[in-house]
Structures are given as C-alpha cells and as structure tokens.
Design a protein around this ligand. Sequence first.
Ligand SMILES: Nc1ncnc2c1ncn2[C@@H]1O[C@H](COP(=O)(O)OP(=O)(O)O)[C@@H](O)[C@H]1O
Ligand SMILES: [Mg+2]
Length: 395
Amino acid sequence: MQVIRVLQIEDNRIEARQTQHWLSEAGDGNFNVECVDQLAQGLERLARGEVDIVLLDLNLPDSRGEATFEKLYAAYPEVPIVVLTGEYDDAIGPSTVAKGAQDYLVKQRANSDSLVHVLRYALARHHAQQDKIKNLQLSKSGRVFAFIGAKGGVGTTTTALNVAVTLAMQGKSVILAELRPSFGTLAFHLPQLPARSLRTLLDLPPDRVGQNELKAVLGKGPAELWILLGPQEDEEEFREIDPLRAEAIIRGLSQLAEYVILDLPPEPSLSTQAATTLCHFAAVVTEREPASVQAGRVVVEKLKAWGTRGNLAGGVVQIGVIVVNRTIYANDSMTFADIQEQMGCEIVGISPRGANENLKALNEQVPLVLLLPDSDTALSYVEVANRLTATIVSP
Ligand SMILES: Nc1ncnc2c1ncn2[C@@H]1O[C@H](COP(=O)(O)OP(=O)(O)O)[C@@H](O)[C@H]1O
Ligand SMILES: [Mg+2]
C-alpha cells in the first residue's frame, strides 16, 4: 500500500503528537505525517508539493476559526482537507464541508480508528472526484471556440451554452467557460451551480493556475458538459482577469477537453483579447438590426487586428458571424447579405426568433437543445455546432 503523506497543521504539540501516534499505531506505517504549527508555514509547505492530504486545526496562532480553512482552500483548492474542530463549535465542521473540505473530525471524539478511517475515505472521495474528470485528460490540444456579442443582450450566452451542450450530447468532452470578470447570466441557465467559480482562479497567483487547479473549479452541467462559471454576484471585490492568467486558463482548459467554448463579454479587454487571439474560431453574435450590426463590425475589425499573432494551433483565428433574429423590430429589409457585407465577415449561423422557447428553457433551467430539440431555434444551434466542428477539424 502506498504511503499517504499527511500535512498536519496544528499548534498544540500534545494533540499533534497524539495524532501522529494514532496514525503510526493504526495506520500500519502507511501514514507519513509532517507537522507545522502555523497556517503560514502550512501554505509554504504546500507550495513545495508532495502532500496527499491536510489535517487542519482551525485555531492557530496566525488564523482562527473557519477563516483558517477558507484561506487554505482558496490557496490550494486541489488538495483534500480534513478539518479538526472543537467539541463546542458543532456548526463549523459541516459548514467547512459545504465549502469544500473533504471531511471533519471533532477532536475530543476522535480516536485512532476514526482518524485513519476519515483520512482514508477523504482521500478515496477526493480521488473519485478527480476520476470523474479523468476523461478530460487528453495529451493533444483541444479546439477553442470563442463566442462574443456585438453588444450585450444579443443572445451570446444562450448560443454558447446550446452549442456546448450539443457537442457534449454528441459524446465529445466539452468545457464551457464563462470568461468574464464579473457576474454573467450563465448561472440562470443551470439547475445546479458548481461549488466554485472562476473567482478561485483569480485569487491564485497566475503561475499557480495549472491543470489541478482548473479541475478543482469545474462543475458538471447538463449532458455531461463541464462548466467553469464566471464570478458570482455574491463574490466580493471585483477583479480584472489579467491577460496572462486568461492565457493560462485557456491553454490549461484546452488540454483537458476536446472542445472549449468561451462565453466572452462584449466589452473589449485584455483578457478578451488574449482569448480571441488564442482561439481557433471566434463567433461574433449579432442581432438583425443596424445598431447591433454596426457594433458587430467594430468587434470583427478588432478580432481581425488581434488575431494575426498565431493562435493555439499556430494558425490564424477564423472569424464568423452568428445572427440571432430575435428583436421584434428586426429590420427585415436588412438582408443577410447586407449583414455579411457590413460586418466584413461570413455568416456561419442564423438563429430564428425563439423568444418563447428560450424563455421556457430559462424557466426550466434546461438548455433548449435538450428541452425542445426539434424546435427551429434548437436546430439552429445544432447547425452552428456542426458548422464549427467541420470548419475546425478536431485533433
Ligand atoms: N433566438 C432567440 N430568440 C429570442 N430570444 C432569445 C434568443 N436567444 C436568446 N434570447 C433571449 O435573449 C436574452 C439575452 O440572452 P443572452 O444569451 O443572455 O444574451 P447575451 O449573452 O448576449 O447578453 C435572454 O432573455 C434570452 O432568452
Ligand atoms: Mg452573456
């Protein structure tokens, strides 16, 4: 049996020795325990790697209570943590588990058997969670499709989600990432939200954003789709996505799945520039009306200027337009040929007006391609998905 490397963060020497004794006694030499007595030292030790699991006392000289767990988890979301609590704060243990701890143990009630049991099961659970995403491990680089609105509210998120679900339904491994610094609307489409968001990655130093950290923030969405949700409304403090971090995220995600779908905000930013420079295909979503088309033209021009550097595949970013024919005042005299000409870019998809269908999908929190697969609007998303995968051939 493999040795389990435990990092114990505990300032009480007697208790520290007690756990070590228990683990050597009941653990049959399978546990290798290293102990530090402050949170800061624990963080330093984790930075050096090679720790399988953390046993964390919440009350330390440099941090107290639940915040101790929160700080450690924010810094190392990929390392399983078992929290040790005191007898008198009943609520803390379950609360840390809800926030991502693998388990908790009440100190006064712990013994050698329960400690060994809890650590073993915490690790097994952690591995099972990692296994669920092991089908995301690919050696080759996946394809990245970016969706960007001509302006807000044109239907970008809806399109990105439905295209992503379509690909996932076709059995492909797909990650949908809401790559925006502030709250977006993807959450409204989902019955269950992943426990973590992009926010966790924004709190990490950019050079720490690796595969394990990415996996730790992905959640399961409809049709086995993997989701990286943008920061949520209740997350304090606005933080920009710096371009290097955006690049690390996109590169990392592209190594985890066959397809990465990016839902980008329409406002230009350095992170959006990084995303649309690295992707294989950038789809500009517009409505069928003059103001949106003009705004879309500006976006297309920006993408063309940005996309000359060589994307993930070392090639030129391909750009296409998706027209969402949704406004009630849609100018029918504006032909699709006009739109192509004005935007200086080929149309790769047209979504018919599907207000009722999309509203139903939002209310039921089931993507349209799953809820009403035969509707014209759903079929238009499938067409876009097929068009993009045919244009950008998979590795
Ligand atoms: N094809 C469509 N027909 C009618 N309404 C649509 C269509 N696509 C999206 N919508 C609706 O438009 C609104 C904005 O969509 P959303 O995808 O959030 O836009 P964006 O991401 O561009 O801000 C939502 O209420 C959505 O249901
Ligand atoms: Mg959106």
